[in-house]
Ligand binder design. Structure first.
Ligand SMILES: C[S@@+](CC[C@H](N)C(=O)[O-])C[C@H]1O[C@@H](n2cnc3c(N)ncnc32)[C@H](O)[C@@H]1O
Length: 910
């Protein structure tokens, strides 16, 4: 069926479409249109994907799920797609947050983007759009381009691409008008006028103002420039308090932006240029870059005077995620897991309480510029609140009973430049309106509230020369101005510089760069307990010379838990280097430098023990392997494999040759899912065809997709895995069992795997079958090393275990026979304990057991069943330490220092 036939068919079919019966047919139709295989048995792409319902013991089913692509939810024709989206969002959290949430009621398909750090975007595709492949509103892509991307390349739908283009064009067009107007009327007045105009254009495109109204005002101003001032005054007056304008009701906007209704006149040329700009879809402007670009066009002098420069969304997220979101995500995770044990009423109360918690969060950016950090933080808080609201609806509470309450007023800003300050408020409001528009929500009036949360003032000194105070906030983030100490006098004036240095003389040396004052003030707020965590982007000069004093002070009263010591940056066209760092009072135990776990971060933002200087040890070579990458749904349920295993083949080959038990990372971290895989290894097509049933399955389910693969070799060898991992197979030959370690997991979890098991690429296999190796790999000593060598994976603090760094560099102990026997004994005991605990509770997972282990280490409870496992690990740790000749326990630093010394010694004598 092609796209036109699909549209015609479903137009007729809709009256008969009942969600349960029809949605799979509808979906298959879409698959045909975009030439994509139907969902199958692969848990990474299937109908009815099982999901744990947040906060309940129940499981739900996502209608369609494709890993790293989308979750799709259907509703009956005409039903509210908002509810479907909410459900999809909740499932998304459980299924690794794929970037698209697709909802459909058969007549409409809504493709909602959910890429991190961007405002969401919704493409609404109707059957007519599909039939005629029309460009879909809100972007420059056609219906089929959007559907194709959703199935094959979701990154094409990242709104950042489109919005960046749009925002650049839009701000350039209005910037040119503002420059001309500025020459005539003065920069500040022109900027203020343009900002109101831009907001009016945005309001028109998000339909808060009558569509086309502002455009008509501009068109009339082009024809009658002498009246333009009066037109705008009238419009702004109506927006100020609500009222009528040119026969239309205008909502109450205000919020400071429209405090005064006076407007500037514009020339006919300026009106013409603005009419052109009005053709763009201003509702799609990207708030995280809008302010920056807008300001760029206007304010060259101010920027260099105050050392302003701008931050990429990636860097903003590095700071905002670590400082603001990770503690909240951790609280959310803990709550979600805890909910299962509660009664419904208590669950609902807890969810409401957590919403209160999130709406009570205050984030301060004390040098907020045009508000980009604050916008990113706001958007992430809104996303989190959306999860909570979705969880409440899952527990049977109507969605209106928990209205959205996270609000721009939670974002506190300080900014010295009046124009940037005003832009910051606008950025937040535009981002907020976009978000609400995409997620559904009512509008309060006035639409822009007059908030005092973003203040136009100096963050360091009051006008009378005393020290400025900051508003209380749980989290502080930002990118304070970069101005070297020698430039301060020239740029800020002698008097200001002297006063500043005088006021802070008891804390910072006079030679400190301007940037140091911000972390010092944040440090004091963390020390006093008002603020929980703070993080900044600063020039990397903060790490050395007199600037280091501020970092020493942070270490003295708390600790640094994140650092990116040396990142590239651009300031006014010149390349500079910056450091990102975050700190608290010393509570955070997960410390990272460049996203790698470290035991301690020094005041120069590096790690004292440079484990990265460790080298690969020849004795560990050829023993650790990454598993196969199947590149298609080769995995099958165990029952199917059992049926085929005894089925005969014409020339007598046994299906058992090509059917193997299969494990992926989740089988290790949760419970085995008991799946098998069809593995033709490197067989030719002819050889593989001798295995009738397995080959028939591959022909039906895999060939149609794989033979389209852009990589020719993969397309040609469609019956083989993308990466058959030949080294792994050779390495495991002759072993009756081997050790599997999940590649990305919260805990380092070595697990025994039986001979013949085929691990996938999310499992690292260690080709050893002895208890001694297992015991050492399961010990705290190895865990310290792996964490320091491995990479840190954002949400969940997961560790990525990389064979070349975590395993190959690891110096195993060289024990005496009785020490070895001791390790072997405790290793066996750990395995037995795990098996026993998992057998007792059929819902328990290995990750769950080790969550308990970690908790019980901190809060011992002799009555808890997992205590025996904790004890077994403690004995194992002692035995491993003894094999190294160490006393136990040791600090993490000591472990790393000793292992590093041993590594370098072994490498030198090899
Ligand atoms: C590096 S910019 C960062 C702005 C924004 N976060 C960004 O990335 O676009 C620093 C901001 O600090 C502001 N600033 C400079 N000195 C200040 C002071 N003493 N008090 C408050 N803000 C100040 C500048 O005007 C500028 O907007």
């Amino acid at each position: 069926m092609d796209h036109a036939a699909f549209a015609r068919f479903w137009r007729n079919e809709i009256p008969r479409a009942a969600e349960r019966d029809s949605y799979q047919n509808h979906w298959r139709g879409l698959c045909e249109i975009v030439r994509h295989p139907f969902p199958g048995v692969d848990p990474n792409y299937k109908f009815e994907r099982k999901v744990q319902k947040v906060g309940t013991k129940d499981t739900g089913f996502a209608d369609v799920y494709k890993a790293k692509h989308f979750i799709a939810e259907y509703k009956r024709p005409g039903r509210d797609l908002g509810a479907a989206r909410q459900q999809a969002a909740l499932y998304a959290w459980e299924l690794g947050n794929p970037p698209l949430l697709i909802t459909s009621d058969f007549a409409r398909i809504e493709v909602n983007t959910a890429f991190t750090g961007t405002s969401p975007k919704t493409y609404l595709i109707g059957l007519d759009d599909i039939e005629h492949n029309q460009v879909i509103k809100g972007g420059d892509l056609t219906a089929l381009e959007i559907l194709n991307s959703a199935f094959h390349a979701p990154e094409n739908l990242d709104p950042r691409h489109f919005r960046e283009r749009l925002t650049t064009t839009a701000t350039r067009q209005v910037g040119q008008v503002a420059l001309r107007m500025g020459q005539r009327e003065g920069k500040a007045r022109a900027a203020h006028m343009m900002m109101r105009l831009v907001f009016a254009l945005f309001a028109e495109d998000v339909t808060l103002l009558e569509r086309g109204l502002v455009t008509r005002v501009l068109e009339r101003s082009r024809a009658h420039p002498e009246n333009s001032q009066a037109y705008f005054q009238e419009l702004f007056r109506a927006m100020k308090g609500g009222g009528e304008f040119w026969g239309h009701d205008i909502q109450h906007f205000n919020g400071g932006l429209f405090d005064e209704a006076d407007a500037l006149a514009i020339t006919s040329d300026e009106a013409a240029a603005l009419v052109e700009a009005a053709q763009l879809d201003w509702s799609e402007v990207e708030p995280s870059i809008f302010g920056t670009l807008f300001e760029n066009g206007l304010d060259e002098d101010t920027r260099s005077r105050r050392g302003a420069h701008y931050t990429s969304v990636t860097d903003i997220e590095r700071v905002v995620d670590r400082v603001v979101m990770e503690p909240l995500w951790a609280e959310w995770d803990a709550l979600r897991h805890g909910l299962q044990k509660m009664k419904r009423q208590q669950r609902i109360e807890q969810l409401f309480a957590f919403q209160d918690r999130v709406r009570g969060v205050r984030v301060l950016d004390p040098a907020c510029g045009s508000g980009n950090f604050l916008f990113v933080a706001l958007k992430k808080l809104l996303d989190l609140e959306y999860q909570i609201r979705s969880a409440v609806t899952m527990n049977g509470v109507g969605e209106f009973e928990m209205p959205p309450l996270v609000h721009p007023k939670q974002m506190l800003g300080l900014e010295i430049e009046p124009f940037a300050h005003e832009l910051a408020s606008i950025t937040l409001w535009m981002g907020y309106i976009q978000w609400k528009r995409a997620h559904g929500g009512h509008w309060e009036t006035p639409i822009l509230q007059h908030l005092n949360n973003i203040q136009n003032r100096d963050a360091l000194l009051n006008p009378d020369g005393t020290e400025a105070q900051w508003p209380d906030a749980e989290f502080i983030v930002g990118n304070p101005p970069f101005l070297g100490d020698k430039m301060m006098r020239a740029q800020l004036g002698g008097e200001y510089t002297n006063t500043l240095r005088g006021v802070y003389a008891d804390r910072l040396p006079a030679q400190s760069d301007l940037v140091c004052y911000w972390p010092e003030k944040a440090r004091a707020m963390v020390e006093s307990g008002v603020t929980r965590r703070a993080g900044f982007v600063a020039t990397n000069s903060i790490r050395g010379g007199k600037n280091r004093v501020v970092l020493d002070r942070i270490k003295a009263t708390g600790d640094i838990f994140m650092a990116w010591p040396d990142e590239p940056w651009e300031q006014n066209g010149a390349a500079v280097r910056v450091s990102l760092f975050a700190f608290d009072k010393g509570m955070e135990t997960q410390k990272t430098v460049n996203d790698q776990f470290v035991s301690d971060i020094t005041a120069d933002l590096t790690s004292r023990i440079d484990v990265k200087s460790a080298v690969k040890l020849s004795e560990n070579g050829g023993r650790s392997f990454i598993g196969t990458q199947k590149g298609g749904a080769f995995d099958i349920p165990a029952e199917l494999a059992q049926q085929w295993i005894n089925a005969p083949n014409p020339d007598g080959v046994e299906n058992a040759d090509v059917l193997k038990p299969w494990v992926n990372g989740m089988d290790l971290t949760r419970r085995p899912s008991n799946r098998w895989i069809i593995d033709f290894a490197l067989m030719s097509e002819m050889e593989a065809s001798r295995y009738l049933m397995p080959m028939a399955y591959v022909v039906q389910h895999i060939q149609p997709v794989k033979s389209q693969n852009r990589r020719e070799n993969r397309a040609r060898h469609w019956w083989r895995f993308d990466e058959p991992a030949s080294n792994l197979r050779a390495g495991l030959a002759g072993l009756t069992r081997f050790i599997g370690i999940p590649r990305v997991a919260k805990h380092l979890l070595p697990v025994w795997l039986p001979e013949g098991t085929l691990p996938d690429s999310q499992v690292v296999s260690i080709a050893r079958d002895d208890d001694f190796t297992f015991g050492v790999l399961a010990s705290t000593t190895h865990r310290c090393w792996a964490r320091a060598q491995g990479t840190y994976m954002g949400v969940g603090n997961d560790l990525r275990y990389t064979p070349s760094t975590c395993f190959e560099t690891f110096p195993f102990p060289d024990p005496a026979p009785e020490q070895r026997a001791d390790i072997e004994k405790w290793a066996r005991f750990v395995v037995t304990m795990r098996e026993h605990l998992l057998a007792q509770d059929t819902k328990a997972t290995l990750t769950g057991l080790y969550n308990d282990v970690v908790r019980l280490r901190a809060e011992p409870d002799a009555t808890h069943p997992v205590t025996a496992l904790v004890k077994a690990h403690a004995d194992l740790d002692k035995a491993v330490a003894a094999a190294y000749g160490w006393d136990w326990p040791l600090s993490e630093d000591d472990v790393l220092a000793r292992l590093l010394a041993l590594n370098l010694e072994r490498a030198a004598t090899a």
